[in-house]
Ligand binder design. Structure first.
Ligand SMILES: [Zn+2]
Length: 301
């Protein structure tokens, strides 16, 4: 059966390719600093899709957004990848998914990809940047440029020996998923206040989750969308924007950016595309006093 997961916004077509569906993670491990009362207060609309109250688990997906714009194919984040050694992040270790098959079902062969946008360099966003060829990690997308914020490239490069909050959870990620692409001359390291992918797509900084975390703005005709990576991990954070997961390197800065970008999407009727929402995966939000609420979930054809 053919399953289409596509939305067209102006001249840009968005297709969802899911690497991992319905991952369950212990709530208190992912959100150790968030009062359990917030989850109880919102469970009537978070359960069962985004929160399992009985198991006390947060539900998440890992997905790549495939954009077709101006005749080119752009991937936003590349998931966890197969066959990884992640001794301190076992949920990401030794996967064997058919991600490239899913990508092919969406009509994309590796050689067709023109641009890979990495919203940040965590292990669940850069995995399919590379794959194993003769036991060596090589770029999966031979013709693509991989767009990475220089701030993240420097922060996560082990050569710089920066003490990060993620610590050992990031072990091997830079080495197997970022460095091989850089060695192949395929990275574009950007800095400053924006990087334009094309006339419709602009990357802007949104630091906090990581120092180089960024969002991709889509503008085409009157349509607006923002691909926000890990600005949010759960829809709870739409209603409670100050709730941060343990993965935010700088929680205060992440909250500030979360509020700023949620405000922008609400004020511009933009579709919000986080990396990890299961279910409809994307939403329009509205302001709700000092907080936000889901106005409408995305519908796919
Ligand atoms: Zn993530």
């Amino acid at each position: 059966m053919e399953r289409m997961d596509t939305i067209s916004l102006g001249d840009v077509e968005i297709t969802r390719v899911t690497e991992v569906r319905g991952m369950s993670l212990p709530r208190d491990a992912v959100f150790p600093d968030v009062d359990a009362g917030h989850w109880r207060e919102h469970q009537h609309w978070l359960a069962p899709e985004y929160f399992d109250p009985a198991a006390d688990e947060v539900r998440a997906s890992v997905q790549t957004w495939v954009l077709r714009s101006e005749g080119r194919t752009i991937l936003v984040d590349t998931g966890i990848g197969n066959g990884r050694e992640r001794p301190y992040m076992p949920v990401f270790a030794h996967l064997d998914t058919d991600f490239l098959g899913e990508l092919a079902t969406a009509g994309v062969r590796p050689e067709d990809v023109d641009v890979v946008v990495c919203t940040h360099l965590h292990g669940d966003h850069v995995g399919w940047n590379t794959h194993l060829v003769d036991r060596e990690w090589q770029p999966t997308f031979p013709n693509a440029e991989y767009v990475v914020a220089r701030a993240d490239f420097e922060y996560w490069n082990p050569e710089n020996q920066i003490r990060t909050r993620s610590g050992r959870r990031m072990q091997n990620v830079f080495e197997d998923s970022v460095a091989p692409v850089h060695r192949a001359g395929q990275t574009v390291l950007w800095e400053g206040d924006h990087h334009d992918v094309d006339a419709h797509l602009r990357i802007e900084p949104a630091p906090g989750h990581t120092p180089g975390s960024s969002v991709l703005h889509l503008r085409s005709g009157t349509e607006r969308a923002v691909f926000v990576g890990d600005l949010l991990h759960s829809p709870l954070q739409i209603a409670e924007p100050d709730c941060s997961p343990c993965f935010d390197e700088d929680e205060a800065r992440a909250s500030t950016e979360r509020r700023r970008i949620l405000g922008w999407t609400a004020d511009h009727n933009a579709l919000l595309f986080p990396a990890h929402f299961p279910g409809p995966g994307a939403a329009q939000v509205r302001r709700d006093g000092g907080r936000f609420a889901v106005k409408e979930w995305a519908t796919w054809r």
